[in-house]
Design a protein around this ligand. Sequence first.
Ligand SMILES: *Cc1c(COP(=O)(O)O)cnc(C)c1O
Length: 423
Amino acid sequence: MHIEEMYRAFGISSGVAELGREAEAALRERFDSIDRMAEYNQLKVLKALKDNRVSEADFVRTTGYGYDDGGRDNLERVYASVFKGADALVRAQLISGTHAISTALFANLRPGDELLSPCGKPYDTLDSIIGLNDAAGSLKEYGITYRQVDLKEDYSFDYEGIRAALNDRTRLVEIQRSRGYDLRPTFSVDKIGELIAFIRSVRPDVKVMVDNCYGEFVEDREPLEVGADIIVGSLIKNPGGGLAPIGGYIAGDAKMVEKCAYRLTAPGLGKEIGANLGVNKDLFQGLFLAPQVVAGAEKGAIFAAYLFEKQGFAVSPKYQEERHDIIQAVTFGKPEGLRAFCEGIQSAAPVDAFVKPVPSDMPGYDSQVIMAAGNFISGASIELSADGPMREPYTVYFQGGLTWYHARIGILTALQKVIDSGI
Ligand SMILES: *Cc1c(COP(=O)(O)O)cnc(C)c1O
């Protein structure tokens, strides 16, 4: 086997291939513990599939109203089992993570209520949902107010600020697990549990929703197990395992999930309708693969953290740090580095590898953004993908990789391009 020759044919020098070997050797123990986590989560998913007697009949395509869609209903039972909820809504008709979050917020808030974010400004796409930018159709338009308590300077929770912000109108608290595209750390499930316990000690009746995007299967527990009422996520991220072609999920308290179903379809209809359109097999199989896919993505993130840190770039999280999602940030300080990184990821993609990413304007951003994504599923960020705004400090955020081997090759290609750029 001439693997080094193959690397050279792929444009990766023997020096960079060697750096990869060194990194892998140094990270051996870390990778072993990720494998054990994947093994645990594989057992968890398998048990849910078995306990719910999943069979080929669950893969039948339904159309139209989708009454009596047994496969869809069983998929929802499986999600409820995996995430330890009383019920779940798992639908192709939940278009994205943002749509699932929006559905959950509108479903569980009423005029006069207040939404509280106790960990600073949430993910960018929530600005319009909340009405921070006066978008049409926002919660604000419906008389639902919003309050936020920023993290302290050391990124810890401002418990006294949260105590003061919780008031008679606070109905729902939204906790974002992952950093998203922010420089704050991602919260562990334990940390989220501590925060929820505090909130309950002040206001036992307030509901807690966790934006679980990018966090699924990174740990052995999920936020419903530490007191969250509902969790929400995207199927083109972790739990779709790369196979889900579309979809979102909401899991947790049965009453709250039911309200989400009424909001998604219509009052009176709820979970009873919504054809699966033939995606069921992929949603089941994607969930089955998800623990391994997440493990591969996490290894890729740590591998990149190690390599780029050794090259003198600021990385977050650092390779030794514990991590609670699959996102990795690398800061280049110069536009050439960000460009070269994205070019490398793109040129090692399974789809559109011939395309060269160029920075362009994006709605909602004040600077141009460069993105690399050569995906089987459009926009799926469980696949190896990278992006960053073309402004100081020129930080790339990247995530995913359907296999560890692909993540490894993509990251080495990116490293090669960054080294070649001479920054
Ligand atoms: C991805 C993500 C979302 C939702 O994004 P979509 O692109 O709409 O799926 C929400 N919150 C966080 C933290 C995310 O990472």
